[in-house]
Design a protein around this ligand. Structure first.
Ligand SMILES: NC(=O)c1ccc[n+]([C@@H]2O[C@H](COP(=O)([O-])OP(=O)(O)OC[C@H]3O[C@@H](n4cnc5c(N)ncnc54)[C@H](OP(=O)(O)O)[C@@H]3O)[C@@H](O)[C@H]2O)c1
Length: 128
C-alpha cells in the first residue's frame, strides 16, 4: 500500500499547490496503474487491492480537478518483462516463467507506450 497507493497520494498532495498556481499552464498527473486494479487474480490479492485503491482514488481526483489546468491520466500497462517478475520478487512463479514474463521492456517502450498513452488520454477525456 505504501508504494502503490500512499506514495502517489503524498506526492500528489505536495505537487498540487504548485500545479494549481500555474493556472495558464496545462499539465498532467500521470499514474501507473494495472489491469489487476480492475480484474483481480488470486495469487497477488494485496497487489490487486493496492492498485484498485489507486484506481478509485484517481477517478475521484480526475473529477475534482476537471475544471482546472490539470489532467489526470491513468496508465494500464500490459505485462512487461521487468524486475517485478524476477524470481526474487515472485518465487512462486520462478519455475513456470523462468524469470521471463511479458513483452521485453524495449518492445514496450517502442511499440506500446505511445499508443497506451493515447488510449489513456482518450479514456481520461471520456471519463471527464
Ligand atoms: N511489469 C508489468 O508487467 C506491469 C504490469 C502492470 C503494471 N505495472 C506497474 O508498473 C510500475 C513499474 O513496475 P515495473 O514492472 O517497472 O517493476 P520494477 O522493474 O520492479 O520497478 C519497480 C520500481 O519501483 C521502485 N521501488 C520499489 N519499492 C520502492 C520503495 N519502497 N521506494 C521507492 N521506490 C521503490 C524500484 O526501485 P529499486 O530498483 O531501487 O528497487 C523500481 O525502480 C509499477 O507500478 C507496476 O505495478 C507493471
Amino acid at each position: 500500500m505504501n508504494v502503490n497507493y500512499i506514495s502517489y497520494v503524498a506526492l500528489t498532495k505536495e505537487f498540487l499547490p504548485f500545479f494549481q498556481s500555474e493556472k495558464d499552464t496545462p499539465t498532467s498527473f500521470i499514474y501507473t496503474s494495472s489491469n489487476l486494479a480492475l480484474v483481480p487474480i488470486l495469487r497477488c490479492s494485496n497487489y490487486c487491492a493496492s492498485k484498485a485503491a489507486l484506481h478509485h482514488w484517481i477517478l475521484c481526483l480526475r473529477e475534482q480537478l476537471k475544471e482546472t489546468n490539470i489532467r489526470v491520466i491513468e496508465v494500464f500497462p500490459p505485462i512487461v518483462e521487468t524486475e517485478l517478475h524476477d524470481p526474487k520478487h515472485q518465487p512462486d512463479m520462478a519455475e513456470t516463467v523462468k524469470g521471463r514474463f511479458g513483452i521485453p521492456v524495449g518492445q514496450f517502450t517502442k511499440e506500446v507506450s505511445f499508443s497506451s498513452f493515447l488510449i489513456c488520454t482518450c479514456a481520461a477525456d471520456l471519463v471527464v
